[in-house]
Design a protein around this ligand. Structure first.
Ligand code: ZN
Length: 557
């Protein structure tokens, strides 16, 4: 173990006359860096759902809790979810596998396999549709579709004593960060944390569920607004109401009011703490993994946008909850390493962007919704089929062509669809599956990739659409806003949705900030190196990031 000290440089503004007499004195305070030796005993992998690099930058100056600690570690402000399908499932699938969606198979939250048994019905990314009880709307939750191991699974292969634990409000976040070999997996459903049907709730889970149920039943008062949120506290008209001044008053009995609020993150952190204690995570002979995906930033972003008082209050509470988690791990004396990142970024609602100097933001033309595309294509081509001619999950991304066509009709339908989309002013890129399959895998800095490269990174034959449609910058793929539920979103190929922070922290680590672009697929190889974990050559698509801020190299262990 190497120890060294570095002087704490005291920032001193020229405007402060009190500083003038102190400039020549040596600083009295020193920060001690203790280069950690050996692998940490616990990996705490945190995903903040819909946490763009822009949101991190916007609120960074105001954090006082857990984010301050992380900001003193290793900071990559430009991490990339480099694929174009910037949704929750593909995003979470990269975080701990180190593998892009093109190889890990998670191309979207929902996709279609028109040649398979489901036909033109959707498949949910975190379901096992081999179980007849499963449907996309009510899935039998599984990581079956994830085609590569997660970090926790690699660790369990190396030593079965490792515990692999994941918690989130979202089942897909749990499955994609944890994988199939998982020791505890809990997600929120209908007002309580649940798991696979063969797992029963432990005392830690029961305690968190009881507390949440009591809060939902009784309701809860509005949350306080930090002073620094005042500028954001501004009512913006949206479809007959206003958003931007919410306070998260919880009406008794309203589960969605609990879920779409900072209370959901607090409960998830409570559960992470409870399971840590109950299972003794980080206190065994071999390292464990605790994955925590915090969903409220996403829920609140969708419901109210990302730049109102609601997001401001939420970020303040999230920061405090992260601080609470770290303080608890400290109190147990656990040597833990944190990585925090996000599954994707996000875009504010166009109504507020219009007020804030970006009037070209707009909502998607309903003509681009797959049902309407299908009708227009029938009219254009004259092809009549049983069922829709084309179908998809929404007005962006993967569009599939009916399998009830002969080869000539199929070619005609695809050509007609491509021509229609290319002519639409809100569409920035249109690629066929054949075209993407022939496109080389992109390399180099992801911020410099073409739109086609971005689509290629998430293209998986058999799951991706026959045609992939990318919307133009600042086109929100929600034709009609639903205030309080769904007004803003993500999912585009633009960097507001692709660029996320990646933060590492471990006690004693020498912090640094590297603004050059890195990728979320770099997280798993970086952690594997710190853990001394050997994986087969080619297991990861990403590269190891050297987290030693000095002459050492954490990738060379
Ligand atoms: Zn998400």
């Amino acid at each position: 173990m190497r120890r060294f000290t570095a002087p704490l440089l005291l920032a001193c503004s020229m405007a402060l006359s009190a500083c003038a007499g102190t400039a020549a004195k040596p600083p009295q305070t020193a920060v001690e860096f203790t280069t950690p030796s050996g692998p940490p005993k616990l990996i705490v992998a945190i995903s903040i759902d819909q946490f763009s690099a822009d949101t991190f930058a916007q609120f960074r100056q105001h954090y006082t809790g857990g984010f301050v600690r992380l900001s003193n570690g290793v900071v990559f402000p430009s991490g990339f979810q480099s694929h174009s399908a910037t949704e929750t499932c593909p995003g979470h699938s990269t975080l701990l596998t180190g593998v892009r969606p093109t190889r890990n198979g998670i191309v979207a939250n929902s996709w279609f396999e028109p040649d398979g048994p489901r036909g033109d019905k959707p498949i949910y990314c975190a379901e096992d549709e081999r179980d007849p009880a499963s449907s996309a709307r009510n899935p039998v939750v599984s990581a079956y579709h994830l085609k590569v191991p997660t970090l926790g699974e690699w660790m369990k292969s190396a030593n079965p004593a490792t515990r692999n634990v994941a918690v989130s409000a979202k089942d897909r976040a749990v499955m994609m960060m944890g994988g199939q070999k998982i020791d505890a997996a809990w997600w929120w459903k209908g007002g309580a944390f649940v798991s696979h049907k063969d797992r029963s709730a432990t005392p830690a889970v029961l305690a968190v569920n009881a507390k949440a149920a009591a809060t939902i039943k009784a309701g809860a008062p509005a949350l306080p607004i930090p002073v620094w949120c005042k500028a954001a506290d501004n009512a913006v008209p949206v479809r007959g109401t206003t958003l931007g001044t919410g306070r998260f008053l919880l009406e008794p009995g309203k589960e969605s009011g609990f879920r779409i609020s900072p209370r959901m993150d607090s409960a998830t952190v409570d559960l992470a703490i409870g399971l840590t204690d109950e299972m003794g995570l980080g206190q065994g002979a071999v390292p464990d993994v605790l994955s925590v995906s915090l969903s409220a930033t996403d829920y609140v972003g969708h419901a109210t946008g990302v730049a109102g008082a609601e997001m401001c209050i939420l970020q303040n509470q999230l920061d405090q909850d992260l601080g609470r988690l770290f303080a608890h791990l400290d109190s147990k004396g656990i040597d833990y390493m944190v990585v925090l990142s996000a599954d994707h970024g996000g875009l504010d609602m166009p109504e507020r962007m219009d007020q804030q100097a970006f009037p070209r933001a707009e909502r998607v033309d309903p003509a681009l919704v797959p049902e309407n595309l299908s009708k227009a294509l029938v009219a254009k081509t004259g092809i009549i089929t049983e069922g829709p001619l084309v179908f998809g999950d929404g007005p962006l991304g993967d569009i599939y062509v009916s399998r009830k066509l002969d080869a000539a009709q199929r070619s005609k339908a695809i050509a007609g669809l491509v021509a229609m989309l290319k002519a639409h002013p809100q569409v920035a890129g249109v690629y066929t599956a054949d075209e993407l399959a022939k496109t080389p895998l992109p390399s180099g800095n992801p911020q410099d990739w073409s739109l086609k490269d971005r689509a290629r990174a998430g293209f998986h034959p058999g799951r991706s659409g026959d045609v992939v449609m990318l919307l133009d910058r600042a086109v929100t793929p929600i034709p009609e806003p639903m205030p309080g539920a769904y007004v803003a979103t993500h999912g585009s190929a633009w960097d507001y949705d692709r660029r996320v922070p990646i933060l590492f922290w471990r006690r004693g680590m020498r912090g640094f900030e590297q603004p050059q672009p890195v990728e979320t697929i770099d997280i798993a190889p970086s952690l594997a190196a710190v853990l001394g974990l050997k994986v087969p050559e080619g297991a990861f698509d990403g590269r190891c990031l050297d987290l030693d801020g000095g002459a050492g190299n954490s990738c060379a262990q």
